[in-house]
Design a binder for this molecule. Structure first.
Ligand SMILES: [Zn+2]
Length: 217
């Protein structure tokens, strides 16, 4: 699979049935129906969009980085990637991508990881794990909890693996207006934290809003 391959979408924004801007630091949890397409737009460029998926019919079965990476034999995500669950079910497929590469390894920022990566005084800063937990705890009648958090995707985030196997958090590869689109193959719950991180060079220390659009089948 080629990396940095940019595939544009034929879908027009005015035909979308849903269109919402999510400020940096906020989150979103929403169910997609089979055949619906979700577009995430990196409005100002180099934002990190921490994302998890759940099989709505079986919420215990969530996105699996391991299954996804193994199936495509590549650690980066782009057009054509099937996003698999723990059980091996394909939840969604990436159908367009003008950024060209998304991270599967960096995980979500948390109070704990912030103190390890940056300094102890960043402990109380808002983080993606807090956003995830808040949304999971308040989502409808489905009882999601801490155990439902799994290693997530970081859309638009650049985490290259160096030749000696280290992960680097590098300057972003995205730019204003770049987007990624995915089609749900089954009823799928999407959980997004639009990262509030102020300490990470991936977003130039400046978290920015994203736009979410959904099209019907
Ligand atoms: Zn974050």
């Amino acid at each position: 699979m080629a990396v940095f391959q940019e595939i544009e979408s034929p879908r027009k924004a005015e035909k979308a049935i849903y269109n919402k801007v999510i400020p940096a630091g906020e989150g979103w949890m929403h169910e997609l129906l089979p055949g619906q397409v979700l577009r995430i737009v990196d409005l100002e460029g180099n934002q990190a969009v921490d994302t998890l998926f759940f099989d709505a019919e079986n919420p215990e079965d969530h996105y699996s980085a391991t299954a996804t990476i193994t199936a495509q034999q590549n650690i980066y995500l782009t057009t054509g990637t099937a996003l698999l669950s723990e059980s091996g079910k394909t939840l969604l497929k990436i159908v367009a991508d003008t950024c060209g590469r998304h991270d599967t390894l960096g995980g979500a920022c948390s109070a704990q990881s912030n103190t390890v990566r940056y300094s102890h005084d960043v402990l109380p800063m808002h983080n993606c794990r807090d956003t995830f937990m808040n949304l999971l705890a308040n989502y409808g009648d489905t009882r999601y909890e801490k155990r439902d958090l799994a290693p997530n995707i970081n859309f638009f985030m650049n985490v290259p693996v160096s030749p000696d196997g280290n992960l680097e958090f590098a300057d972003g590869v995205s730019a204003p207006g770049r987007y990624v689109e995915m089609e749900a193959l089954c009823k799928t719950v999407v959980l997004i934290s639009n990262c509030p991180q102020l300490n990470n060079p991936c977003n130039a220390f400046n978290p920015t809003p994203i736009q979410l659009l959904i099209w019907d089948k």
